[in-house]
Design a protein around this ligand. Sequence first.
Ligand SMILES: [Zn+2]
Length: 244
Amino acid sequence: MGILRTKGIVIKIANSSENDKILTVLTAERGKIKVFCKGAKKAKSTLLASTEFLSYSDMILFEGNSDMYSLNSAESINVFYNIRTDIDKLMYASTIAQIMNDVCQEEELSFNRMQLLLNTLYVISETDKDLKLVYSIFRIRLLGILGFVPRLDKCVSCDKSYKEIKELYFSLKDNGIKCETCKKLDKGALNISAVTYTSLVYILSSDAKKIFSFDIPEEAINELNLLVDLYMTEKVEKEYKVGL
Ligand SMILES: [Zn+2]
C-alpha cells in the first residue's frame, strides 16, 4: 500500500454511512480522485474542517487496491469561509465545483484546472467582485484549458483582421469571430460589443493570476455571460444553471 501526499480541493461529497464520507477531490498531480474518509462526520473528528465541501487541504492518503484512496490525515490550507456564509457565493461556487467535477478526469495532470479553481474560489470568497462576471471569466478560461480557444485575431471564415471589422460577430460553431459578410451564412453567430471582445482577449491571454483583474459595466457582464452560456453549452454539451 502506497502513501500519497497531495494538496486537493473537495469538489463533491457523498455520504457512505452515518459516520463516513466519500469525497471527490481535485488534485494537480492525479486529477480527480475519490477519497474515503472514515469517521469524518463525527463531531470530534480532526478531519471535519478539511473534508468539508470546497476545503483546500494538504492530505496524506493511502493508496489501496480499490479505485479509492483513503484519508489518513489532512491539514486545512483554506476553507474559503466567506463562501459558506453567503448563499449567492455558495450557489456560484457549487455550480463551479459541479462543472469541474464533470470536466476533470481521474489520473490526469490537472495543474491548470486546479490553479483556475483555486483562484476562482479565492476571488469569490475574498472579494465583492460581481459573481456573474467571475463565473463568466472562470468558464471562458476553463474552455480555453479544455482546448476550445476561440480565434479572436481574424474572421474564422475569410481571415479579415479584427481591426478591419466594424461589427464583430462570434461564431459558436466555428469557434471565433466573424465579419459582417461571413456571419450571414452563420445563423447562430452573435453580435458582440467591443467590451465583450476585449474581455475575451484579456481572459484568454492573461497570466492565470490576473484573469479577474478587470471590471466592465453591468450591461457588458450580461452580454459576456449570455455568450459564455451558449458557447459552453455548445462545447461541453451540457447546460448549467446557477441556483436551485
Ligand atoms: Zn469574414
